[in-house]
Design a protein around this ligand. Structure first.
Ligand code: NAD
Length: 491
């Protein structure tokens, strides 16, 4: 369908929006209704090349040498400006994702200024590594490592938390003095372009922040990762694309940070307060319609509380309110696209073939005339599945979970760790020692005890196995976005 766009979403290169070319464009679709709300200018190879060149020029023109205090002032101003334009960011995020406004306000968009302020604080408080060397022959030397920006960083992000994940990378990259070319997901282009307006107003020099829109293969994503002018790539997305990006960058031996998929487990022991745990699990399974990389898709429950926890989860699933994003009562939005819904529906069918008992959901809901064109899906829970089933091994990325009983602590640890992924886990128990013990045994980058998605932006974030390579967050981000040069001065 060819849209009559009410809005163009444009590339941003060298401090200016690029005039869109109608023949190189794709539709921006609102997943809550299925309606086209705008057109996105797809960046061709030339636009990507211009973006990388302008980033390189910005570094040479002095951005890389600006003082930390200067850069921090811009980050703080950007945070203030996002708050001033909060409603514009909410509108763009909702148009792209269809997520409930209450969630966008409290979680996703709210995290953008927090990301800028967090890295302003972290980079301001960070010193250099230094050692005084004393050799046996009496010579002494001072070693100190200065941190230089990586250079031009390609930032590629997915659609599930578009602004949150974008600013999670842009803020530390700029704090360290890099220039960036960002490639948002083709499904959620809006907020990255809006951020360009804010960063320009915050005083960021031209060329330091560039946006190229498009897809992966044979489009902006590929052109960017293949570009010889890129000094590093930070990528958040699926494990399959992550491995591809790694291979693309490998011949030029550039640093890559990969934040990838998950098949996250929760482990519930029988000493818990069932009501509290059911509330926590409902959040971890259904937040953002299950489209958070940290969401729980496997729940292992100790047998004495199995029936109660399962009953509580089913009851809570029935209370979820699917509806219009701007309705304050809506708790649950659509999936991101019809394409993604087809994938999730495939898993709902597969679960039945694999012998699952469907406790709730399992198909497409009726959300009313205005919304039925959107990519809605029913929150779905299964029993009767185990770790040999594909639905318990592959990331589905929807509001779904398999519920499995266990008897002993050792068994629970083995079940939770029986996965190719290793992003996050949540252990629920009133026994503090067990919480520490089992939490430490989880083979993941983020191990929660009696909570989920509680984040400190100074803490390391990332996964093991198929869930990624490297850590971002706090000092880990500063390490990724900079290169140390060690100076050794004989005293
Ligand atoms: P995806 O891998 O399909 O796409 C991610 C981004 O990569 C998009 O911008 C896409 O256009 C781009 N891309 C695709 N092919 C490319 C190529 N060949 N070269 C360069 N770029 C390419 O992922 P998605 O479906 O957008 O996002 C969902 C996935 O992201 C899930 O697996 C989820 O678990 C993961 N995720 C991980 C984290 C984390 O922090 N670990 C956070 C959020 C989402």
């Amino acid at each position: 369908m060819t849209a009559q766009p009410s809005q163009w979403i444009r590339n941003y290169v060298d401090g200016a929006f690029v005039d869109p070319v109608p023949t190189s464009a794709f539709d921006a679709v609102d997943p809550a209704t299925g309606a086209v709300y705008g057109r996105v200018h797809e960046a061709d190879e030339q636009i990507v090349d211009r973006a990388v060149s302008s980033a390189r020029r910005a570094l040479a023109n002095g951005w890389a040498d600006r003082s930390v205090a200067d850069r921090v002032a811009i980050l703080r101003r950007a945070a203030d400006l996002i708050e001033e334009r909060f409603d514009d960011f909410i509108a763009a995020e909702l148009a792209d994702t269809g997520k409930p406004v209450t969630q966008a306000r409290a979680l996703d968009v709210a995290r953008a200024p927090m990301n800028f302020r967090a890295y302003a604080d972290i980079v301001s408080a960070t010193g250099q590594e230094s050692y005084v060397t004393e050799l046996a022959d009496g010579r002494r030397a001072l070693n100190y490592a200065i941190r230089k920006p990586l250079g031009v960083v390609a930032i590629i992000v997915p659609w599930n938390l578009p602004l949150l994940l974008l600013t999670w990378k842009v803020a530390p990259a700029l704090a360290c003095g890099n220039a960036v070319v960002v490639k948002p997901s083709e499904d959620t282009p809006g907020t990255a372009s809006l951020l360009a307006e804010v960063l320009e107003q915050a005083g960021l020099p031209r060329g330091v922040y560039n946006v190229v829109h498009g897809f992966g293969a044979d489009s902006a994503g590929q052109f960017l990762t293949e570009h010889p002018g890129i000094d590093g790539v930070t990528f958040t997305g699926s494990s399959a694309t992550g491995t591809h990006v790694m291979k693309t960058v490998a011949p030029r031996v550039r640093p890559v940070s990969l934040e990838l998929g998950g098949k996250n487990a929760a482990v519930v022991f029988d000493d818990v307060d069932v009501e509290e745990v059911v509330a926590g699990l409902s959040r971890s399974i259904f937040t953002n319609t299950g489209q958070v990389c940290l969401c729980t898709e496997r729940v292992y429950i100790q047998r004495p509380v199995f029936d109660d926890v399962v009953a509580g989860l089913v009851e809570n699933a029935a209370k979820l309110r699917l509806g219009a994003p701007m309705d304050e009562a809506t708790t649950t939005g659509p999936l991101i696209s019809d394409k993604h819904r087809q994938k999730v529906l495939g898993y709902l069918d597969l679960a039945v073939q694999e012998g699952a008992e469907v406790l709730c959901g399992g198909g497409i809901p009726d959300v009313g005339m205005d919304l039925n064109g959107g990519s809605w899906i029913e929150p779905t829970l299964w029993t009767g599945v185990d770790n040999t089933d594909r639905v318990m091994r592959e990331e589905i990325f929807g509001p779904v979970a398999g519920l499995v009983p266990f008897d002993t602590e050792e068994e629970a640890i083995a079940l939770a760790n029986d996965t190719d992924y290793g992003l996050a886990s949540a252990v629920w128990t009133k026994d503090l020692q067990r919480g520490h013990r089992v939490g430490a045994k989880m083979n993941v980058g983020l191990s929660w005890v009696n909570t989920w998605y509680l984040r400190d932006l100074r803490a390391p974030f990332g996964g093991v196995g198929l869930s990624g390579i490297g850590r971002e967050g706090g000092q880990s981000s500063l390490h990724f976005y900079s290169e140390p040069t060690n100076l050794c001065i004989q005293l």
